[in-house]
Ligand binder design. Structure first.
Ligand code: NAD
Ligand code: DAU
Length: 346
């Protein structure tokens, strides 16, 4: 069972598992919040080994029903509230889903798997943001102390600790992986890359927070999905794996690269999209720099990214340009209200 499979990363993980493992039944458990979109899965949702269960991870009864109905053997847990800016506006939503929802799911797995934990794996998908912020140098390793700064990262850190505690206390088999910023197709246009692609297409301002010198470590979403599949099949219980592409970009440099690629692809004059760049008020508690040391997953499991940043970004832009209907569907309605409330006072 994969939770959050209708979201950005989850949909790529579902696709990979459904295609790679015809002998397994893959259950996508998702509450379909604003971020869940079943249009992300239209290419595989008729496959005989795919099932969708609309359920909230806060709903114990619903979880138990799904575990019983499908005899769930393993869980890959991605369902979460994932946007930092939303966590600053509504921290409790993140406490409920990311902390209580995860503990609820752990409790259900514990109850249903109690006869023999050695046959089951609870694999929790987390983020590099739990490690806090780096200075100009250094990397996050698996032993970097947790130091979360946003309500989002604090909630993810808490959920990671609970997963670890269930391994130590109840001897459940668990794994946690902490990944850096993903980009790619099906990314909801509230996050930097898809928001800016959409704004460039529609000639809207590109709101760069603060001085634009914040640094993120970008990984193509399909490479994250491949890492998850590898960790699920070959990772060691009780371990943490950091995932990242050694691919750091200052926000402003990334935005300028995006502008230049988009100008070429849209046949616009060189420099046209850069004129849309607008510096706006900074995000409170904004982490200055993230950078993942992915040596452990590389050495232990042989994983490394399969595409360069230029290849991944080009594929991403092409996907958005070829899927305007998807973009129109997600940018209509409630998303527009959210956009107004988030940017009106910047
Ligand atoms: P997303 O916001 O695109 O998708 C989240 C999914 O979870 C949606 O389909 C939503 O409907 C579902 N969901 C939310 N609350 C739920 C609930 N209470 N019950 C059931 N389903 C619920 O998120 P994403 O960007 O795909 O991230 C997936 C996971 O990966 C998250 O746990 C996130 O913390 C982690 N992560 C994300 C990134 C990134 O760059 N996006 C990087 C590292 C780790
Ligand atoms: O590092 C992994 C994390 O990456 C994941 O755990 C989160 O779920 C995911 O949302 C992402 O968090 P970030 O906060 O890094 O991503 P976001 O796309 O929101 O912002 C990327 C950078 O761009 C960050 O420095 C803030 C900045 N930014 C973002 C937006 C939305 C802007 O300058 N302007 C914007 O409008």
């Amino acid at each position: 069972m994969i939770t959050g499979g209708a979201g950005f990363i989850g949909s790529h993980v579902i696709r990979l598992f459904v295609n790679k493992y015809p002998q397994y039944t893959i259950i996508n458990l998702d509450a379909l919040t604003y971020a869940g979109n079943l249009e992300n899965l239209t290419d595989i949702d008729k496959q005989p080994n795919y099932r969708f269960a609309k359920a909230n991870i806060l709903d114990t009864e619903a979880l138990e029903k799904v575990f019983d109905e499908y005899d769930v053997t393993d869980v890959i847990h991605l369902a979460a509230e994932s946007h930092v800016d939303r966590s600053i506006v509504s921290p409790l939503d993140f406490v409920y889903t990311n902390i209580i929802g995860t503990v609820n799911l752990l409790n259900t797995a514990r109850k249903k798997w109690k006869d023999d934990y050695s046959k089951h794996l609870f694999y929790h998908i987390s983020t590099d943001e739990v490690y806090g912020s780096l200075g100009d140098t250094g990397f996050f390793t698996e032993t970097t102390p947790y130091d979360p700064n946003s309500p989002y990262s604090a909630s993810k850190a808490s959920s990671d600790h609970f997963v670890r505690a269930y391994h130590e206390t109840y001897h459940m088999q668990t794994i946690v992986s902490n990944c850096s910023n993903n980009y790619g197709p099906n990314h909801f246009p509230e996050k930097l890359v898809p928001l800016f692609i959409n704004n460039i297409i529609t000639h809207k301002p590109l709101p760069v927070y603060g001085d634009g010198l914040y640094t993120r470590d970008w990984l193509f979403v399909k490479d994250h999905a491949l890492a998850i599949e590898l960790i699920f099949s070959k990772g060691r219980s009780g371990e943490t794996y950091n995932i990242g592409g050694f691919n750091e970009w200052r926000n402003i440099d990334l935005v300028k690269l995006l502008c230049s690629l988009m100008d070429q692809k849209l046949g616009r004059e060189k420099g046209e999209s850069e004129k849309l760049i607008t510096y706006v008020k900074d995000r409170p508690g904004h982490d200055r720099r993230y950078a993942i040391d992915a040596t452990k997953i590389n050495k232990e499991l042989g994983w490394k990214p399969s595409v360069t940043f230029e290849e991944g970004l080009s594929e991403t832009i092409d996907w958005y340009l070829n899927n305007t209907e998807w973009l129109q569907h997600v940018t209509s309605g409630s998303y527009q209200n959210y956009y107004q409330s988030m940017y009106a006072n910047r």
